[in-house]
Design a protein around this ligand. Structure first.
Ligand code: ACO
Length: 428
């Protein structure tokens, strides 16, 4: 935020004129500061879904939805997707700079050393309903980290937050893989500290069934790239949730657990699962793409994986993912027929004025599900992979907020439209 207090806008209201400062962001975007509005005018603003509201200043991620730009700490997503591993990107998002080789080694070693979970926690995970949705289960498991590690729950202590950062990053893949293996009735696989972050997760998930050779390398690269593409997305629903919960001075584990729950919804991270279910429904019902799109236009359903609150052009992540999907499906011996269906659906929607007029384009979730399915992940694990990718972003936002001098507890106002005062029945 620039402290360029020279620029102002004037608000003319019944009681007079209020001058409001305008701040200029790094890329020249303008933000009106409303801090004095309520005190000066007695008025609040109404902004459902916070579509026009910046709730904080942040240095982590820049998005220009109209131009299809996404950058973490200034680096374009296209460069990070191709040149950076997930751990390098996670380090960048959390600490602000790409790691030097020594820093990366240290970060990676700390994650390996902390990748195991306490035996009691393993027993707790094993006792949860094995056919429950894995997002519900990982959110619950992550919440309990605050109880297992109560030496790292003070958001005001930077050392404790750092300890919790490492534990969250190190243990989430272990928790996720154990929940997956429980769901298929297989014994958990302990972390293998000789493997890198992504390989270890794939191995803990699939064990000996993990693909090897060229396909194994491609899967590793694909999972790594998908995690990079999901690492942060500024004040999306789950990250805003992490900040809101953290603003009450709740610990980072509870805040991230709340973020996981927010991500589970089909309008947010749950969309990658919803896309796959939609494609399966189209295939199984035999409905033509044209008729399906007619139903969408008649508002009987949404075209899942299309549209975005911020991107009113192609989601830059979806471009990278589409390329990746083609590479994997080209080399796979049983290419997924749902990919061909998704391509046709995308092409048909992009030629239809309903979608183009509303600037509805494929988002990050349109092709991720097809890739994960080809790799053997069940549909209900897709959002869990999103959560593993988004964790650095949640952590970075929690940390940034904790040291922000402008930080206040999140407490929006409301526009009350309910009943005026009335008498309790029988009280005159
Ligand atoms: N299918 C059909 N119509 C749509 C879709 C869609 N996927 N998305 C938006 N529209 C229409 C709306 O009906 C509305 O039409 P109208 O102006 O005639 O009423 C118009 O486009 C604007 O839509 P809004 O709902 O105002 O857009 P909003 O920004 O609130 O919603 C959202 C964004 C939730 C992502 C929406 O596009 C959607 O539901 N998409 C499908 C779910 C999805 O893919 N979510 C993943 C998002 S990416 C992520 O979270 C990682």
């Amino acid at each position: 935020m620039s402290d360029d207090k020279e620029r102002t806008v004037e608000l003319h209201y019944e009681g007079g004129v209020l001058k409001l400062p305008v701040f200029t962001g790094t890329e020249g975007e303008s933000t009106i500061e409303l801090k004095t509005l309520l005190g000066s005018t007695g008025m609040t603003t109404l902004d459902p879904g916070f579509g026009n509201t910046a709730s904080c200043s942040s240095k982590i991620t820049y998005i220009d939805g109209a131009a299809g730009i996404l950058r973490y700490r200034g680096y374009p997503i296209e460069d990070l997707a191709v040149h950076s591993t997930f751990l390098e990107t996670a380090y960048l998002v959390i600490y602000g700079e790409l790691p030097e080789p020594g820093q990366l080694k240290e970060f990676s070693e700390k994650l390996r050393d902390n990748s195991d979970i306490p035996a009691e926690m393993g027993a707790f995970i094993d006792a949860m309903p094995r056919n429950g949705h894995p997002m519900t289960l990982i959110a619950s498991a992550v919440n309990t980290l605050a109880a297992y590690y109560d030496d790292s729950v003070d958001p005001g202590d930077e050392n404790q937050v750092e300890l919790a950062t490492i534990r969250l990053m190190a243990k989430l893949p272990t928790i996720a893989a154990r929940i997956y293996r429980n769901s298929i009735g297989e014994a958990p696989i302990a972390p293998d500290t000789s493997l890198d972050y992504v390989d270890n997760f794939i191995r803990m998930t699939f064990g000996d069934k993990a693909p090897t050779g060229e396909l194994g390398e491609l899967f590793n690269k694909a999972v790594g790239m998908l995690l990079v593409l999901h690492a942060d997305h500024e004040l999306n629903c789950s990250t805003a949730t992490v900040r809101v919960v953290g603003s009450s001075l709740a610990d980072i584990y509870s805040s991230v657990s709340a973020g996981i729950n927010a991500l589970s919804g089909p309008s947010h991270g749950g969309a990658n699962q919803a896309v796959l279910e939609m494609l399966e429904e189209i295939r199984d019902s035999g409905i033509s793409i044209e008729d399906f799109l007619e139903k969408v236009k008649a508002r009987e359903m949404r075209l899942m994986g299309f549209g975005h609150r911020v991107y009113k052009n192609f989601d830059p992540r979806s471009k990278e993912i589409k390329v990746l999907a083609s590479q994997i499906l080209d080399r796979h011996e049983n290419p997924d027929e749902l990919f061909a269906l998704a391509l046709k659906l995308e092409a048909a929607a992009l030629q239809d004025s309903y979608f183009t007029e509303r600037k509805l384009y494929p988002n990050v979730d349109f092709y991720t599900g097809v890739i994960y399915r080809t790799m053997g992940f069940p549909t209900n694990m897709f959002t869990v992979l999103f959560a593993i990718g988004r964790l650095p972003g949640w952590v970075a936002h929690f940390r940034e907020q904790a040291v922000d001098p402008a930080f206040r507890i999140a407490r929006p106002r409301q526009h009350y439209i309910g009943a005026a005062e009335r008498r309790y029945p029988g009280q005159g």
